[in-house]
Design a protein around this ligand. Structure first.
Ligand code: PHB
Length: 392
């Protein structure tokens, strides 16, 4: 006898509702990404840019990939590696994330590397720039940059452009040392001379005493590496000490001229020549759209950290598409190797051998465009690989 003959239509309705309540429609499976960034402290602008860019990408591309819902769990490590390590551990063990991502500074990226290896979890480095990072775990893939990529190129450019004496000012930790070593090698090989060399502390640096030494050394230019977020303060002190009036040009990798802060630096920044991976003024249509969407969403200009985060989440999406939503770490890393795409910064790819990013490096000069300061690109070096690893 059928149920219909035994029960009234109303009773059937109640029975069906009851069945639905005890066997709920299976929740869509999710893929979790543990995003560890400095959202507070001296490196907070890096965290803000990357977090903004990831949110923008997910708004533009949806939050479902290969049938899986993407869930980003953001944790603030304040750029302190002990925090990074603890947070990475919690994310892997408790939250069961399939990726760890972010890493605003080199010590943070290095602190998480053994956990990525142990857990076979891809670690997507979206900010840190020391060459050795990708060698610390076969599960690390980088979408940011290395300091060697840009510092070698500005070293060659300086000697070819009549700069004979340079004073260097670099942040005293691994990426600063990479920047200095790469620059020096190329600049001195071409006949350039280093007349003063200072290293400044990473945390809350006061540049003033060092800037006096730079001025006294009377160089043609000063080579500067400070991490994203510190360029504004550096350029303020540079102008206050009158180095712009002394005709000492700023050159370096582009971190000091980060688009996030550039427009607030004032005219002292005009004429600074840096080699870097991204300018908000990069003239492609993809970049114009990216800058417009970022500005609309956040009221500010994206910098190179934003673009590194935007590409990092793209890499995760594309890898998941390739694995059909499977989160096996080895399969995801294989999927990422050799991937190529057009980023707002230009064409980029993941080197299948090193898992590091291969990208164009542009030489740019700070100019005023429609009343705003921009890094205007004037020379392009295509598909530059990291050259720093083999030296270590
Ligand atoms: C780094 O710590 O590796 C780092 C941070 C910010 C930069 C560059 C490198 O702008």
């Amino acid at each position: 006898m059928s149920i219909g003959k035994m029960l009234s239509p109303a009773a059937i309705g109640v029975a069906v509702a009851g069945l639905l309540a005890i066997t709920p429609v299976r929740a869509q499976e999710s893929v979790k990404i543990g995003l560890i960034l400095p959202m507070t402290g001296g490196q907070a602008s890096t965290g803000k840019q990357i977090d903004n860019a990831i949110k923008l990408y997910m708004q533009q591309n949806g939050d479902t990939v290969a049938g899986k819902k993407i869930e980003v769990i953001l944790k603030d490590d304040g750029a302190l590696p002990d925090n990074t390590k603890r947070l990475a551990q919690e994310l892997i063990v408790n939250d069961k994330v399939s990726f760890i991502a972010g890493f605003g500074v080199t010590p943070a990226a290095l602190a998480a590397a053994p956990l990525a290896t142990q857990g076979k979890i891809p670690e997507i480095v979206m900010a840190a720039g020391t060459s050795i990072i990708t060698e610390r775990s076969p599960y690390i893939v980088r979408t940011s940059f290395t300091l060697a990529q840009s510092s070698t190129i500005i070293g060659d450019w300086a000697v070819k452009n009549g700069i004979k004496k340079v004073a260097t000012l670099t942040s005293d930790y691994a990426p600063g040392n990479d920047a200095l070593a790469s620059f020096k090698e190329h600049f001195t090989a071409g006949g350039g001379e280093i007349v003063e060399e200072v290293k400044v502390p990473l945390a809350n640096p006061d540049f003033a005493p060092f800037l006096q030494r730079m001025k006294d050394a009377k160089p043609d230019a000063m080579f500067v590496f400070v991490p994203a977020g510190q360029g504004g303060n550096f350029m303020k002190q540079y102008a206050e000490r009158g180095l712009d009036k002394s005709g000492i040009k700023v050159i370096g990798p582009g971190d000091v001229m980060d688009d996030d802060l550039l427009n607030g630096m004032g005219d002292a920044a005009l004429g600074a020549v840096t080699a870097h991976i991204y300018s908000a003024a990069h003239p492609s249509q993809i970049n114009k759209d990216f800058v417009a969407a970022y500005k609309k969403a956040y009221g500010s200009r994206p910098g190179f950290m934003a673009v590194s985060g935007y590409d990092g989440i793209h890499l995760i999406y594309e890898a998941l598409k390739k694995t059909g939503g499977k989160t096996d770490g080895d399969a995801l890393i294989e999927a990422m190797k050799g991937m190529k795409w057009e980023s707002p910064r230009g064409p980029i790819s993941i080197d299948p051998e090193t898992r590091d990013i291969v990208q164009n490096v542009y030489i740019r000069k700070v100019e005023k465009v429609a009343g705003e300061l921009y890094n205007v690109e004037f020379q392009t070096f295509e598909a530059v690989k990291d050259s720093g690893k083999t030296k270590k």
